[in-house]
Design a protein around this ligand. Structure first.
Ligand SMILES: Nc1ncnc2c1ncn2[C@@H]1O[C@H](COP(=O)(O)OP(=O)(O)OP(=O)(O)O)[C@@H](O)[C@H]1O
Length: 251
């Protein structure tokens, strides 16, 4: 199912027969999928189904077969990535601000945040509700606060293609509300979001398309069809030996 693109700064993304093996195991088989520009695309499926591997291939971090094409509306924009988890040694003497400084400046983070980047960091911290924690050591943050730091770095600079790997993990209700606000802004601005998520209620509420992945592509549809009970039973109990379907094929 192809949804209408939304005009904005986000690109269209096309996976052309993408396959990926690791250590002799097939992780992804013949993934053919087209993601419209400016839309929010959720990837769902069981643990180990290959969702993170697919987005790492998209980010150029995972060797794969097949082609992944990113088609920008004009000049190539920024890509933001929120990885699945951020672990920090408790004693690491780096504050939230130091970590964000390393992401926006070329000079070492321990020399402090360069003045010309201060506004960018201030804005990102405010948008994720962490302004009051900028001097806190990373190792002293809670899981939800670390998740917010991950979201903040995807806003510096604001990305046009956002790749999010379980951004709601560890977020409390306020954090989820904050994520929904950010997502609403990205959608209004026509940014493209590729979003791995296990919270299917959030996916139903917020995604434009839902792609079911379990080593193979099982469906790519609007949330109402994708999240029907039969579909989910099939997705979460799917045998890898079943024949894969191509995006857009009727179930
Ligand atoms: N470097 C690696 N070597 C061998 N196997 C790997 C490697 N990295 C990942 N895998 C395997 O690839 C499979 C897919 O992993 P991936 O992280 O892409 O799944 P996922 O759908 O994102 O899972 P989850 O929902 O648990 O985050 C898993 O079985 C995992 O063990």
């Amino acid at each position: 199912m192809a949804v209408e693109p939304v005009p904005g700064t986000g690109p269209a993304v096309a996976f052309g027969s993408v396959s990926l093996s690791l250590g002799g195991t097939d992780i992804l088989c013949d993934i053919r999928l087209e993601l419209s520009a400016g839309r929010t695309h959720a990837l769902v499926g069981p643990n180990g189904g290959g969702k993170s591997s697919l987005v790492k291939a998209l980010l150029g971090q995972m060797p794969h077969q097949g082609k992944i094409a990113i088609t920008w509306p004009g000049e190539a924009g920024n890509v933001g990535y929120v990885p699945q988890a951020l672990e920090f040694e408790r004693g690491l003497p780096m504050t939230v601000e130091d970590v964000l400084a390393t992401m926006v400046q070329t000079r070492p983070g321990f020399l402090g945040l360069a003045r010309r980047h201060r506004e960018l960091v201030d804005t990102a911290l405010a948008r994720v509700g962490l302004s009051g924690k900028r001097r806190r050591r990373m190792g002293a943050l809670s899981g939800g606060e670390r998740q917010r730091v991950l979201l903040a770095q995807a806003l510096m600079p604001q990305a046009d293609l956002l790749v999010l790997d379980e951004p709601l993990a560890a977020l409390d209700e306020a954090g989820i509300g904050l994520f929904e606000t950010l997502l609403g802004q990205w959608q209004a601005e026509g940014r493209t979001v590729v979003w791995i998520e296990h919270d299917l209620a959030a996916v139903r509420r917020l995604a434009d398309t839902v792609t079911g992945l379990n080593r193979k592509l099982l469906f790519h549809e609007a949330p109402e069809q994708a999240l029907a009970p039969e579909r989910l039973i099939n997705l979460f109990s799917h045998s890898a030996t079943e024949t894969p379907r191509v995006a857009g094929e009727v179930a």
